[in-house]
Ligand binder design. Structure first.
Ligand SMILES: NC(=O)c1ccc[n+]([C@@H]2O[C@H](COP(=O)([O-])OP(=O)(O)OC[C@H]3O[C@@H](n4cnc5c(N)ncnc54)[C@H](OP(=O)(O)O)[C@@H]3O)[C@@H](O)[C@H]2O)c1
Length: 250
């Protein structure tokens, strides 16, 4: 099995790599921080996987494509591509500077396109394959202070829905929608309802991918939140606004 994973230097991507790491699996692991990527790669190799690392910024279309072409030249088919690399930052609207918001959209949307689209001609030629996009519960709910992040994850959901309709049915498309998972991204967050451990999240993700689910929202509590989001928003938005204001009070 040949698998390409972005954002494998930490968090969800790192632990998903460990779940797949075994004999007969060739993993391509991507991220910018080489040392952390090498750490993931060494552990995956100890577990029996063949590993190729690419120290690459997914917002750079050219170098991402070069990494993909290199991986494709080493393998006879691509089985699974997981576009996981992502950036989660608050909007900081009160500072009046959209730079970080633009970066969030850039990594979370352009990065996903740069990761998946170059694989599609090969998948179409081989007649099958599996693409996974890491969205979020923010693909369903735009929360206080997280406009750019939600916009990016709504976009990822839209890409997954459109690609599923556009590509042959033999190419599976999975949208992964985690709630809060322990990782570098959530380290600073003061409020993490229903947070789960990274290794637990990775196991759940791989299980959903093995089942070729179209969309996987987890943990289960978020199904309820999403179903009743209008009522919950009314109840919770004021509390969330207070937390946001405290963080960005001028
Ligand atoms: N943790 C959560 O609660 C949660 C909830 C919902 C969705 N998610 C999504 O899950 C995914 C993984 O996040 P995480 O929680 O595991 O956070 P994380 O520990 O911060 O991991 C993010 C990964 O993305 C990589 N990355 C970021 N920008 C990149 C870029 N420009 N080019 C290449 N790689 C880049 C990082 O590596 P380098 O810095 O080394 O490049 C890192 O490996 C993201 O898409 C995130 O939006 C997370």
């Amino acid at each position: 099995m040949n698998i390409f994973i972005t954002g494998a230097s930490s968090g969800i991507g790192e632990y998903v790599a460990y779940e797949y790491a075994k004999d007969g699996v060739h993993l391509a692991l991507c991220a910018r921080r080489k040392e952390k990527l090498d750490h993931t790669a060494d552990k995956c190799k100890e577990m029996g996987a063949k590993v190729t690392t690419y120290s690459v910024d997914v917002t750079d279309q050219h170098s991402t494509k070069e990494s993909i072409d290199d991986f494709l030249s080493k393998i006879n088919r691509i089985d699974l591509v997981i576009a996981n690399a992502g950036l989660g930052e608050l909007d900081a609207l009160h500072k009046g500077n959209p730079t970080m918001m633009n970066e969030v959209i850039n990594v979370n949307v352009i990065g996903v396109q740069n990761t998946i689209v170059p694989f599609l001609p090969t998948m179409l030629k081989q007649g099958n394959g599996h693409i996974a996009l890491v969205g979020s519960v923010a693909s369903h709910i735009a929360w206080v202070g997280g406009g750019a992040y939600a916009a990016s994850k709504f976009a990822v959901k839209a890409l997954s829905e459109s690609w599923r309709k556009t590509l042959p049915k033999t190419i599976d498309v999975t949208l992964i929608c985690p709630g809060f998972v322990e990782s570098e991204m959530t380290e600073k967050a003061e409020w993490k309802p229903f947070v789960i451990k990274t290794d637990v999240a990775a196991k759940k993700i791989v299980n959903a991918l093995n089942k070729k689910k179209k969309m996987f929202i987890f943990p289960w509590q978020w199904h309820i939140v999403i179903a009743f989001k209008k009522i919950l928003e009314l109840l919770m938005v004021n509390a969330a606004r207070k937390v946001y204001k405290k963080r960005y009070k001028s």
